[in-house]
Every structure is written in C-alpha cells, then in structure tokens.
Design a protein around this ligand. Structure first.
Ligand SMILES: [Zn+2]
Length: 282
C-alpha cells in the first residue's frame, strides 16, 4: 500500500495541476461522453491507459476476470442476470452511445486458466473447493468461456491457415483463423477465441446489434501478449489477429472508419429481464 499512497503524493506534486485545468475547461463546455468502451481483464499486468497512452475522459473502462460479457438470453428461456457488465453496457452503449467497443484479451490469463482447470481436472470433493468450482462453472456458462473452451479444444477445424472458427458478430457470420503457425499455447489460443466469443455476445443484445448493423457502433477485438509486450488487432479483412505496428497501423485505422446509416429508434438493451426485476430497462 505504501507504494500507491506515496504515488498519490507524487501525482499531486507532478501531474494533478495540469489535469485539473484541462478537465475544468472540458467539463464547462461538454458532457463527459467518451466514444469508446474498453473491456479488459483484471490482470495487474494489463493497463489499457498505459499501453494505449490515453488520458482521463478518453474511454470508459470495464474490467473483470477474463474480459467477458454475459450473453443476452444466454440460455433458452433463462433470463440474463442484471450483472454489472449488463449495466455497464446499458450506460455506455445505450445511453452514452459510444461509437466503439474494444474487447481486449491477453496471454497467460489466469481467469481462463481457472476455467480450463475446472473443466479438465477431476471433480473437487472438499466443500470449499466445490463452492469455488460452482462459481467458476456458473461464470463459464453465462459468459461464454465454456463455449470458447469447447471451440478451442475441437481439433477438427484445423486448416493450413490455422484453426478455423465462425463467430456471429453483428448480423454477419465472421470466419476467423487462429494461430496460423500452430505455435501458440492452448491457453493463449483460448484467450484469442474468447475475445471473439465476447464480440458475439455483444451482438446478442438487440439494441447493440442494431447499432452495429447501422454503422453507429463498431466492435473490435484486441489481444495483449504479456511476455512479448506486443499488442494485436483482430482484422476482419485478414480473418485473424495482426500485430499493431508501424507496418499495419494505417490499415487498422482505415478499417475503423465508420459508415453510418440513418439511425433507427433504439430500444432497450434487448435482454430478457428476470420476472422479479422492475421495468426500468426492459
Ligand atoms: Zn486475464
């Protein structure tokens, strides 16, 4: 704790003055509406504001274990629970109308490792461990980690371009090839597949899918390689992840330019509410 408490003193001495002036001017003129929602893992090595070099006010950030989002109506007839992720989507995508959502996964993800262990190790027997397993199991089911695991362990989809997958992102199925050189660890392949699974989950919300299809909202996948300190971008054109570097940056920026069609009336977030919940969102 001493490190972060002394850090606050350093911040007050070195950085706060500039920040306060800039923010005060901005706040007088504009409501604070960042155009980006960035979703990342809680892993302490993943600092989006650091590797994207952003400033306060540039983007919303949602962090959780495994950079996941629950699927709307994640199983037939079963309501989506009102989790903090759903509320974050409501505030950022529905009310603030962000223009981009970025889902950022990373290598060596311990949340995904916990999921992998849960499905591959023998059943736990002692009560506390069983309870933890139930938590992991529920999270895997509602947030698509189980689906990602099933996809990545299916070896029947291997092609000369890498393992082939299909994801429904927006209204168009997207073909993707993961690990073309067949050299990644299973956990890291799982992490890349899981990023795309979360883009599919985003599209399962009715209002988000409408905004994606009309060009109002773009959804993107990113992946951070912790050991190499390299950042990769999911390229629809290339059907896979490519490194963000001087050679690719213009191509990636061009692919992010939006073509916006007339906006349709947006409704609610588009998930089925539990019967016991009030009518605020649905
Ligand atoms: Zn992680």
């Amino acid at each position: 704790m001493e490190k972060i408490l002394r850090g606050i003193l350093k911040y007050k001495a070195n950085a706060q003055g500039n920040f306060l002036v800039r923010w005060a001017n901005k706040a007088e003129k504009l409501p604070v509406k960042p155009p980006i929602l960035f979703v990342s893992c809680i892993d302490s090595r993943i600092l989006p504001t650091h590797f994207c070099q952003t400033s306060p006010g540039d983007m919303f950030i949602l962090r959780n274990a495994g950079n996941v989002l629950p699927r709307a109506n994640y199983s037939e007839g079963e309501p989506t629970q009102l989790s903090c992720e759903v509320v974050a989507l409501e505030i950022t995508c529905n009310r603030s109308k962000v223009e981009h959502v970025v889902i950022c996964g990373h290598s060596d993800c311990q949340a995904l490792y916990a999921a992998y262990k849960h499905y591959t190790e023998e059943e736990e027997t002692s009560a506390p461990l069983k309870r933890v397993s139930e938590i992991i199991h529920g999270w895997c089911r509602t947030h698509g980690v189980e689906a990602s695991l099933n996809k990545v362990q299916d070896t029947s989809n291997r092609t000369s371009k890498g393992a082939a997958f299909k994801f429904n992102i927006g209204s168009t199925p997207q073909e993707v090839f993961i690990d073309p050189k067949n050299e990644m660890a299973l956990l890291d392949k799982l992490s890349q597949v899981n990023v795309l699974q979360q883009l599919e989950h985003l599209s399962s919300y009715r209002s988000i899918s409408k905004r994606v299809d009309s060009g109002q909202l773009s959804v993107h996948g990113m992946w951070y390689d912790v050991s190499e300190d390299k950042i990769y971008w999911f390229s629809r054109q290339r059907k896979g992840f490519i490194e963000i570097c001087a050679d690719t940056i213009e191509e990636i920026i061009a692919s992010c330019k939006r073509t916006v069609r007339p906006e349709e009336e947006q409704g609610d977030l588009g998930f089925k509410k539990p019967e016991s919940v009030g009518t605020a969102i649905e």
